[in-house]
Ligand binder design. Sequence first.
Ligand SMILES: Cc1cc2nc3c(=O)[nH]c(=O)nc-3n(C[C@H](O)[C@H](O)[C@H](O)COP(=O)(O)OP(=O)(O)OC[C@H]3O[C@@H](n4cnc5c(N)ncnc54)[C@H](O)[C@@H]3O)c2cc1C
Length: 434
Amino acid sequence: MDNRFDAVIIGAGIIGSAIGCGLARRGWHTLNVDRLETAGQGSTSSSVAIVRSHYSTLEGSALAWEGTQCWEDWRGHIGTDDPAGMAEFRQTGVLVLKTDGNDNLGKQIALSDALQIPYQEWSTETIQAKLPGWKFHRFGPPVLSDDPQFGQPTGSDLNGGVFFPRAGYCNDPRLAAHNLQAAAQAAGAEFRFNSTVSAIHTRDGRTEGLDLNGSETIRTPVIVNAAGPHSAKISALAGIADSSAIKTRVIRHEYVRLTRPDSPANKGAEFVTFDNDVCSYTRPDLGGTFLSGSEGTEAEGEQTQDPDDFDRNLSDAVMEPIYRLAQRIPSLGIPNNVSGIVDLWDVSDDWIPIYDCSDLAGFYLAVGTSGNQFKTAPAVGELMAELVSACEAGHDHDRDPVQFHLQRIDRSIGLEFFSRNRKINSTSSFSVMA
Ligand SMILES: Cc1cc2nc3c(=O)[nH]c(=O)nc-3n(C[C@H](O)[C@H](O)[C@H](O)COP(=O)(O)OP(=O)(O)OC[C@H]3O[C@@H](n4cnc5c(N)ncnc54)[C@H](O)[C@@H]3O)c2cc1C
């Protein structure tokens, strides 16, 4: 077997598979390696996979809007038949309530105007007509359920919301990663599973190769770290653990599947909802159910984890966003038993990902995806392919940042926005909404 590749991508999640695809389509002989059995089996498989474009920054919104257009033409983007089937984009739309916490979405509306992202402003009456069982009292900022303030309205009703009709969700995030694997393979890429990167070799300040499963050595001048929650461990193997100004940490996120209220007049939202006043989101799912979790609150805090040792059981804290959602939907009821998913976010200091080269020549970073980069992944694959190609052709990205053209929305963004050494971006939401 040929053990030399132009580039090796560590990870075959949605991000790594997309990067493999992006590089292979440019003619690179690539290998994706993953310690698990199939593409997308890591944190990608647990993703709620909401596709939306309302971020707090122009670059974040632009990348998500480009990604949205890849999802809208998923078969066209993949460009080949995957025998495993094709993931589907469910374009349900996304309703975001205007709250004090999101400044009534002023920034997101301005960014949507700048990027020509369609949206509709809905009054509380319009929303009430679509969601008759919902109540629009103001409850924020959220407190824990044992706080005497819990459930007490904190002001007048909310001011309506913004509906983004082109947003939605992907029905099967793992299959979507597999589709990208199929697209990459159609372009000549190779994938190896059950293969754990155990060492990274360098020579004269540049990557030279890596070891799999403590034995086999693969030779390559280029390595891309797309290891999701394990990304910091991979960077440590490369000897650059603390070399970036922006750090990452691993946080646990859990969400539940709930049954829609019974009443035919009150079936609940057919679209995705984000409610920053009670800090709970909902995403429709099959069989009269929906998924719901927390957008993250100060009162809840965050639980940092070791990706090799964390509890996949739901914690008691998973009930908090349900209690809060029940303030908005009084007919929801509180289930005695809940089922759901627990997985990890690889979070950066400002919740904006790092898509960059590194202090080790030939070693690239696609890390810190902060619980919000599933939707962008098809565009990130192209972005990283451009970045790696430019740097390997001699471009000094740290000095003269690469500009990346988002072809579907016809807009260029400077990739210094995603730099490992940027100043913490104070315009971020500092939450999963970024
Ligand atoms: C619960 C949850 C809900 C989310 N909801 C949304 C959402 O609604 N919308 C959205 O846009 N984003 C969402 N996200 C975020 C999004 O899903 C992630 O940003 C994205 O899936 C990360 O993909 P990845 O490929 O970087 O990581 P992963 O999918 O984790 O892939 C990394 C891969 O690296 C492999 N790996 C690690 N270490 C090694 C090693 N030593 N050797 C070989 N392989 C290794 C792992 O096995 C894994 O397969 C959510 C994430 C979670 C966890």
